[in-house]
Design a binder for this molecule. Structure first.
Ligand SMILES: [Cu+2]
Length: 333
């Protein structure tokens, strides 16, 4: 029987590795479901990287296994292997191939980031230098301590433009205002969601499916990071520096909001939920919350301690402690 040449084996192995790697890249179940318009872009990039990683794994591990078997020690053979020192073409090859792969992945990732609506680095100053601007931001006490002490009023520069950090409108939505704006505040250890147009404040984010949603993200104390795995979106919440995240949710459901920046002792419990509603569900949720919060406001006004007499103010406490209001007022004096 005629010996099959090595080049034919290599070609065959190359075809098998390529087909297998592409299959693995398209048929893994490593990622959660896709629930935003940006998710397929991120997953496309992930799948390409997984295919390349699978191919590299098979080539490297396969070579090790083949060599282990083929060049194993055989009884009676105590000779040394052939001494090989350096192989320039081979070294150029295995340096050039990974370099080209990394370069292409870099270009591809920038393209994905742009199509998701990511802001270009050059398009924004990194830090607003105006103290007037910094002073309005939550967490400004931390952000402003270093730079402002020596500035007197006449030296204050004109307000710098607000930096664009995060994910904005996708190229197709560029120039259009968002359908819904929500102010998101990260604090140790919770997320707060404020709907400025309807005056609703909640600890659970609700968005209508298919709507173009803009989150204005801020932090009151330390750096947090807003992450919804099913949206494939993540954005830091930074004290003193506004960031944003704009997306279209594509699948109704309830998904976790996870803080993904170590922010203190209870960082692990800093979780909330985002509920993607149908437009009708969203409207009824919004009006329910608006009514509930208006009732809360009225209650809060009625029990404003500034308007109460001493005995009125002490009455609930006295009842709790099982003494008369007069006794409690006496102790208080
Ligand atoms: Cu946090």
């Amino acid at each position: 029987m005629q010996q099959i040449p090595v080049s034919l084996w290599t070609l065959l192995a190359g075809i098998v590795v390529t087909v297998l790697s592409i299959w693995v890249g398209q048929n893994h179940s490593l990622l959660p479901i896709q629930a935003s318009q940006q998710a397929p872009l991120v997953d496309g990039f992930f799948n390409v990287m997984l295919s390349i990683a699978t191919a590299l794994f098979l080539v490297v591990e396969g070579t090790i296994v083949i060599f282990l078997v083929k060049y194993r020690h055989r009884p009676g053979d105590d000779t040394d292997g052939v001494h090989v020192e350096g192989n320039l073409p081979l070294e150029v090859f295995w340096t050039a191939v990974p370099s080209i792969i990394v370069l292409c992945l870099g270009i591809y990732s920038v393209d994905v980031f742009n199509r998701m609506g990511g802001f270009e680095v050059g398009s924004h100053p990194h830090m607003p230098h105006s103290p007037a601007h910094v002073a309005q931001m939550p967490g400004s006490a931390i952000a402003a301590t270093l730079s402002d002490a020596s500035l007197d009023e006449s030296e204050i520069p004109s307000p710098a433009p607000i930096p664009k950090i995060g994910i904005g409108a996708t190229p197709t939505e560029l120039g259009k205002p968002a359908d819904l704006v929500v102010n998101v505040t990260g604090m140790q250890f919770a997320w707060l969601f404020d709907y400025p147009e309807s005056g609703v404040n909640t600890g659970e984010l609700h968005v209508p499916v298919g709507a173009d949603v803009l989150l204005n993200i801020s932090a009151t104390d330390v750096i947090h990071s807003f992450w919804v795995p099913q949206f494939r979106l993540k954005q830091d919440a930074i004290p003193g520096i506004p960031t944003q995240l704009r997306f279209v949710a594509t699948k109704p459901g309830t998904y976790p909001v996870v803080c993904t920046e170590l922010c203190g002792g209870y960082h692990g419990s800093m979780r909330a939920q985002v509920v993607v509603d149908t437009p009708q569900e969203f409207e009824s949720w919004l009006s329910e919350n608006r009514i509930a919060q208006q009732q809360d406001m009225q209650k809060a006004v009625a029990s404003n301690p500034a308007d109460l007499s001493t005995s009125e103010f002490l009455a609930p406490h006295a009842q709790q402690m099982g003494v008369t209001t007069a006794t409690l007022a006496q102790i208080q004096k």
